[in-house]
Design a protein around this ligand. Structure first.
Ligand code: C5P
Length: 244
């Protein structure tokens, strides 16, 4: 497989064409951003950690029957994925109140939710990724009713599988964001990444009574260095993968 011209550069990843029109070459960068790019830093080692974390998570998900665009990891910072036509949606699942949800509804972070909550945001840097509901998605032609039903079904299946994975490594899966797309044959698949940049992960091994963040909130909220936390997540995930 050959890495060809750069097609796209986002906040955390670069995408390249390959000699196979159905396959993209993804490179994970060290850049960290928060607040829609308002806060930015280069953090050595982050790209490699996220590439390795999302690769092992996609493999653990596949073992639980959840398919994705992931094909294989080709280096510490690079992986091959299926080329997808992406829905312009940020698909958020929440198991515990935190972040924008806690703020919006005035509930304390850490409040348990009696059922998982699925939310959608329109993916638009210019608009600040505004909240959108199911009717809005269909009315604006962002997905059909049928596609939205499938996206929702998959988001809930990803949540169940991730809850299984993270509980096995003593991590509380508070919430996360995924993205979905359509492959050339019309199949709707989980795409993008699943990393501590896109999930809130709280350490259940910590019994201090404080929330021990193992995710990008360390960077967003100036709580500390993300690298040891991301290393801890990777090491626990590798332990789980080795035991399966
Ligand atoms: O900020 P908020 O509480 O809405 O975030 C919910 C979840 O979605 C968090 O796990 C966060 O990491 C993730 N997220 C993301 N990218 C965004 C917005 C949220 O990965 N642009």
């Amino acid at each position: 497989m050959e890495k060809l011209e750069k097609l796209y550069e986002g906040k955390a990843k670069k995408m390249y064409a390959t000699d196979d029109p159905q396959v993209l070459w993804v490179e994970y960068m060290n850049q960290a951003t928060a607040g829609n790019g308002a806060k930015k830093a280069q953090i050595a080692g982050k790209g490699s950690l996220n590439n390795r974390i999302t690769s092992v998570i996609f493999d653990l998900l596949a073992a639980r029957g959840v398919k994705s665009h992931f094909l294989k990891r080709v280096s510490d910072t690079e992986q091959l994925v299926r080329r997808m036509d992406m829905f312009p949606l940020e698909i958020i699942m929440r198991n515990t109140a935190a972040g924008s949800f806690a703020k919006r509804y005035g509930v304390a972070e850490g409040t348990a939710l009696s059922k998982p909550i699925l939310e959608f945001c329109l993916k638009s840097d210019d608009l600040g990724d505004p909240f959108i509901n199911d009717d809005g998605i269909v009315a604006l032609g962002l997905a059909t009713e049928e596609q939205l039903a499938e996206i929702s079904r998959q988001a809930r299946a990803v949540n169940q599988a991730l809850l299984d994975i993270f509980s096995a490594i003593e991590v509380q899966l508070v919430d996360f964001k995924i993205e979905e797309g359509t492959a050339s044959d019309g199949t709707i698949l989980l795409a993008d990444e699943i990393t501590p940049d896109t999930c809130r992960l709280w350490d259940l091994k910590d019994h201090s009574g404080r929330i021990e963040h193992l995710d990008k909130d360390l960077f967003r909220r100036d709580l500390g260095n993300i690298i040891p936390a991301y290393e801890e997540i990777l090491s626990r995930l590798n332990g789980l993968a080795a035991s399966e």
